[in-house]
Design a protein around this ligand. Structure first.
Ligand code: UD1
Ligand code: CA
Length: 458
């Protein structure tokens, strides 16, 4: 169910598309559902339906579960009404698992337990004991057996004292579900068709209602407001940090760490405060990430050190950093940066779509774009490759053991021959032979006795 308005988010973005750990809430729910081998997946959309459907179609493509179907619910008259819209798309046999699209951290194992507990015969509800149950539907029992779910707004004072609440997840045999949906009414405090009323209908028909209790509240926490979204984000990030610490990763502060994607770590990895990892990042044995680094889609090999304030974004091409390389502080590695072992990239150096072989160094204020850099090259402070002629990009080749002085411009396409030297301040437009010194700048002129201009009257 993803049709609700999300009024309390006070946003133009449909609630289920707000992001937790970099992914829309509904995508988290989908990730859990895609583990279940469901025969059909139906998404009920309403508010922001075109946007939500386009997003779902995008990420569901190739996710392993059947292509989702959409049921439009317009207007939105409650959760029972939402499921009524989906019913024609459901087969008559089997069991339907009904999920809230705004509860992102539900786990596949919990959903399986719920489906198993239904056993194609019973109604199974996922419940949890809430320290503060206000706002939720209360589980009303007589003895051990569940009799009804009563929404907070319809509950008596006595019922409001019940701590066990409905989480928004249930499993119902399809034949029974389709029958009960037809008998829902909207005579209640909110004038809505409540899905939760099917519990009373089950009891009336002598169908058993089982309650499965969730082990933690994080798994069943819904997002209704920016405050709840932020709280759930922190809970989720802390869980990810905890899982990495179990593997031996050492954090300066697990509360100041964010993974928005997947982070794989070897042994003896250390991560300082305020680091953000996006997409897929892997850190080899002994890698050290200093404070305030943002790293996306990169593979960092054993022993590499990433100094503070480094920004790495591999996007689609990826970034690779070789063993023992030193990067930063304040370095920027862009898509296709491929650093060999022991490479040094220093402060304010930008590297894009370039390969640097073992031991090459660019330590200060430099740009390398569309360049192949040989082993042991030293690329001077302030030097740049002019790789773009306004229409096309061209490659620069700097062969092994070249020394490029400070403040040079290498105008691509151009090759600097092996072992050559480029004098400081040169603009190089022609290929250079191996071993030569190339200087491409105005000759120095020194004029003796030169008088500086003076201000009038002095
Ligand atoms: C619902 C339950 C309540 C439970 C709580 C758990 C009902 C009547 N109440 O209440 O017992 O404790 O979830 O979080 O089911 N939606 C639609 N169409 C609609 C209305 C809602 O698709 O017309 C979707 C929403 O997008 C959301 C989900 O259903 O994903 C739950 O809706 P919401 O309005 O948040 O229900 P609650 O009042 O929280
Ligand atoms: Ca809700």
């Amino acid at each position: 169910m993803a049709a609700g308005q999300g009024t309390r988010m006070k946003s133009r973005v449909p609630k289920v598309l707000h992001r937790l750990a970099g992914r829309p809430l509904l995508q988290h729910v989908f990730a859990a559902v895609s583990q279940l081998q469901a025969r059909h997946v139906v998404v009920v959309t309403g508010n922001g339906a075109p946007e939500v459907e386009a997003a779902v179609a995008g990420w569901a493509h190739g996710a392993g579960s059947p292509a989702p179907k959409f049921a439009r619910q317009e207007p939105q008259c409650g959760t029972g009404h939402a499921v009524q819209q989906a019913a024609p798309l459901l087969p008559d046999d089997g069991t339907t698992l009904i999920l809230n699209g705004d509860v992102p951290l539900i786990e596949p194992a919990t959903l399986l337990a719920l489906a198993q507990s239904s056993g194609a015969r019973k109604v199974a509800l996922l419940t949890v004991d809430m320290p503060d149950p206000s706002g939720y539907g209360r589980i009303v029992r007589s003895g051990d057996s569940v009799r009804a779910i009563v929404e907070h707004k319809d509950a008596s004072d006595e019922q409001r004292r019940i701590a066990e609440v409905y989480t928004g997840f249930m499993a119902v045999p399809n034949g029974l579900l389709k029958g009960w949906l037809g008998s829902l009414s909207n005579r209640n405090a909110q004038g809505e068709y409540y899905l939760t009323d099917i519990v009373e209908l089950a009891v009336r028909d002598g169908i058993e209602v089982a309650a499965v209790k969730a082990s933690d509240t994080v798994q069943v926490d819904g997002v209704n407001s920016p405050t709840q979204l932020a709280a759930l984000e922190r809970a989720f990030q802390l869980r990810q940090a905890e899982a990495l610490m179990q593997q031996g990763v050492r954090f300066a502060d697990p509360a100041r760490f964010d993974v928005r994607g997947r982070l794989d770590c070897g042994q003896d990895v250390t991560i300082d405060v305020n680091c953000v990892f996006e997409g897929h990042v892997s850190l080899g044995d002994g890698v050290s990430i200093s404070a305030n680094c943002v790293i996306a889609n990169a593979a960092i090999s054993a022993g590499a050190v990433i100094h503070p304030f480094t920004h790495i974004d591999g996007e689609k091409l990826g970034v690779r950093i070789g063993e023992g390389a030193l990067v930063g502080p304040f370095a920027r590695l862009r898509p296709g940066a491929d650093l060999g072992p022991e490479v040094h990239i220093g402060n304010f150096v930008e590297v894009k779509n370039s390969t640097l072989a073992r031991g090459a160094k660019a330590n200060h204020l430099a740009y390398l774009g569309d360049t192949s850099v040989g082993e042991r090259v030293n690329y001077g402070a302030g030097s740049i490759t002019a790789n773009y002629d306004g229409a096309n990009k061209h490659r620069t080749v700097i062969e092994e053991d070249v020394h490029v002085g400070s403040n040079c411009v290498l105008v691509a396409p151009v090759t600097i021959g092996r072992g050559g030297t480029v004098g400081a301040g040169s603009t190089i437009t022609k290929n250079t032979a191996p071993g030569v010194l190339s200087v491409g700048r105005g000759r120095q002129v020194s004029i003796a006795g030169w008088q500086r201009p003076k201000k009038a009257g002095k």
